[in-house]
Design a protein around this ligand. Sequence first.
Ligand code: NAP
Length: 288
Amino acid sequence: MKKVAFIGLGVMGYPMAGHLQSSGFDVCVYNRTTAKAEQWVKEFGGSLALTPKEAATGCDIAFSCVGNDNDVRQVVLGDDGILAGLSIGATLVDHTTASAELARDLYALAELQNKHFVDAPVSGGQAGAENGALTIMAGGEADIFEQVQPVMAAYARFSQLMGKVGSGQLAKMVNQICFVNAVQGLAEGLNFAQKAGLDTDKLIETISKGAAGSWQMDNRGKTMCAREFDFGFAVDWVRKDLAMAFNEAEKIGADLTITKQLDGYYEEVQQKGGNRWDTSSLIARLDD
Ligand code: NAP
């Protein structure tokens, strides 16, 4: 049985680690709040560690899924970090949505110790994690990706190596840029429809079949019309992700004019108390 570690049992990590254990891997988990790790072991079996280092010790692969760059540094580096526990030749796969710069730094640090690093942010949200249907965009070495891909299949419907280290994070930035623009188009369209007095159920049923159709329209159209925003990926998280995209855009000279405007709209949603509302809440600011 392959021994693996999973660090970070949040909304995403908890079910992802559960799928690994249920698929026959011997999983050792670490979570900053130990009670969550205890609950996980009760639900799935496996074992828990009290530091990231202890979890990673003796593992072929250690996975991490925490909040942001600083959180990743805290669980990966230092005397109690994942890298201190990983054996020579073992691999750290980071599922956190973080910067490409951090991925490059960690890859270089791991390489110095004859260990491997793959950046592997995910999309598909809480439902994707719970259903084992995530999409993974990865960056790193092809031979290392080939070793970890079958393991990640426990919770991923599709995974792709995008290129060298950092490419996974860059691909995730593109994902975020594209989806927030889709949400705003839908918000304006549906707000227009409601002000015009159209039956929005009939409208969505009809126009989703044509060129205006989208995942957002199919999955969020009706709930946006009802102003229900309790569907996972939070406004605070998307602003963290967009900030990284803006940083990268500056370096590579990419124009994100409209996306920056949308980031400002999300700030307005936060000011309305919507920090934890899901990202379809862009329509809420059109009610003012
Ligand atoms: P979450 O529910 O807030 O969980 C965060 C996890 O990271 C918790 O286990 C937390 O431990 C741990 N953590 C945070 N900071 C830490 C630190 N400094 N040291 C040690 N542990 C730390 O977040 P999530 O929704 O699972 O998201 C995780 C990552 O996936 C984020 O980068 C997010 O952007 C990305 N993502 C999320 C979604 C989504 O729909 N939620 C979709 C795609 C990608 P505690 O339990 O002790 O707080």
